[in-house]
Ligand binder design. Sequence first.
Ligand SMILES: [Zn+2]
Length: 297
Amino acid sequence: MPELPEVETVRRGLQPVMEGARLARVELRRKDLRFPFPQRFAERLAGKRIVALGRRAKYLLVELEDAPALICHLGMSGSFRVEQDDADPATPGLFHHERSKAAQHDHVVFHLEGGGQPPARVIYNDPRRFGFMLFAEDGLSNHPMLAELGPEPTGNALDGAMLRELLRDRVAPLKAALLDQHTIAGLGNIYVCEALWRAGLSPSRAAGTIAGRGKQAVAASEALASAIRAVIAEAIEAGGSSLRDHIRTDGTLGYFQHSFSVYDREGEPCPKPGCRGHIERFVQSGRSTFYCRTCQK
Ligand SMILES: [Zn+2]
């Protein structure tokens, strides 16, 4: 499943092509993905201008003029490919696993015109079909998938005080609380492991233990907030630099090269300077947790 930084790099790759352009025509090649497409999907989009391409958690939000916004999710294996007549196709975004380009998995084709760009086709490809596209009929902030989400892990709004508020009295393990999308939106398994390691906090301790007023709790919550912001920002930055490389070299984009400190590194020495521990793996609520018991307390 793509994590938030991957979705954000997809958004940044699509933004210049989509924003300001008009959906001249939409081709729908099947009735459903994870959910059925909305009734009259292609008809309702035809002719609409794209005002903005946004993101909330792992949802891409296509905001349209005079129409409800379109909420898109990439599921497990979804990707968007951009085709323009005078350029090689590009698949924006950095993914841990390579993305399909097989034509039989092209399910939606957006034909774009205008907006100061050459005509383009933005093609949604999804071999496993866990992605989806829905209209936010009653506005984005009222949509059930978006209304209950916690704050974004990007930007300065997420600080120690906010984390203490979000985690107060929570007895769930810290890692489980951070994966809960009502606590913080869009944080996934990989980046929670990375942030907890960076902050030196055990994934198993009760979440509420860093929400108190004591000096240690305050220091731990500040460290965790800045670790979360940093791991997400660095991964987005890594994605951004690959996008720029792609534009320069026209190489093959679509493979997640960003390296992790603990994720998927079971048995390796802990990379924290001065720590002599090793990375261990255990399963927490069905997901692999990677951590160092020597420096994460
Ligand atoms: Zn360590």
